[in-house]
Design a binder for this molecule. Structure first.
Ligand code: HEM
Ligand code: HEM
Length: 219
């Protein structure tokens, strides 16, 4: 177990880099996308006008697509483990969902069951982000490159899916940002993805008890 001065490594450098790249792309795509939809000249001009903002959206979309592919290519085992974790739901995860991990003030949470590397809420966010990003990509490229050769109904459909998936993803990421950076109970894990990769070992032994036990066993 990679432990220094009471801390354990939760996210590797490559994972953190990939998360930063996706986060920056997401902000640019979200801002330009909102500007197109609501016709916000202030944001469009920030990106150099209508044509340039459209180019920025498209080419950021290319990086947004390639970054995870390159990451998976070089980190296949790590990615497979991530998928395995976020698709495994046991009675402990259901127990977490019943109490919402104690994050919601009016939901009683006397006992929060032990969690994996990601709690049940994070698992659901992970699945939503992956499904949402795939939908943005498989609609975005045809909207860009096949707009004039697709039947009008397909153009309409891809546009609708792209827009409504963007709305859901932006709301989900706002919730994720609140929990990761602002909520006093969960923001203690901020540095694990945004800075050096480490989390407090004592905190993790309670918060992610199953994963911590796995690390101890592998030691
Ligand atoms: C999280 C990622 C993304 C978000 C939040 C996002 C958001 C948006 C939004 C809100 C719109 C306006 C939709 C409308 O007018 O109804 C839009 C348009 C568009 N998006 Fe995205 N998008 C994302 C990813 C992508 C990707 C990966 C591509 C592929 C290159 C792409 C290509 C396009 C295209 C072609 C348009 C039509 C406007 C134009 O041609 O400039 N988007 N996007
Ligand atoms: C807005 C600023 C953001 C902040 C401050 C942030 C912060 C974090 C932190 C601290 C973690 C680690 C949580 C843990 O180990 O327990 C994390 C995980 C993760 N982040 Fe972000 N993130 C942001 C934006 C995004 C965006 C834009 C995406 C994707 C579109 C994303 C996708 C993920 C995923 C899939 C995970 C792993 C699963 C999970 O924790 O739910 N994040 N993020």
């Amino acid at each position: 177990m990679s432990e220094i001065k009471g801390k354990v490594l939760k996210h590797s450098e490559q994972t953190r880099t990939m998360h930063w790249v996706h986060l920056i792309c997401f902000i640019i795509l979200g801002l330009t996308g909102i500007a197109f939809y609501f016709d916000i000249a202030g944001i469009v001009n920030l990106f150099g006008g209508e044509a340039a903002a459209s180019d920025v959206h498209h080419w950021t979309g290319v990086i947004f697509t390639l970054a995870p592919l390159v990451y998976v290519l070089f980190n296949f085992e790590r990615f497979a483990k991530f998928i395995d974790t976020i698709t495994t739901f046991t009675k402990d995860d259901l127990g977490w969902l019943k109490t919402m991990g104690g994050y919601i003030p009016f939901i009683k949470a006397e006992h929060i069951p032990p969690q994996d590397k990601y709690n049940a809420g994070q698992k659901m966010l992970g699945l939503l982000v992956i499904a949402g990003c795939i939908l943005m990509i498989v609609t975005g490229f045809p909207m860009w490159l096949l707009k004039h050769s697709m039947p009008p109904v397909l153009v309409w459909l891809t546009w609708k899916i792209h827009f409504w998936t963007a709305v859901i993803l932006i709301l989900a990421v706002l919730g994720h940002f609140f929990l990761a950076a602002i909520h006093p109970k969960s923001r203690v894990e901020f540095a694990s993805m945004m800075i050096d990769g480490y989390v407090d070992a004592e905190y993790t032994s309670h918060h992610n008890a199953k994963w911590f036990a796995e690390l101890k066993k592998a030691e």
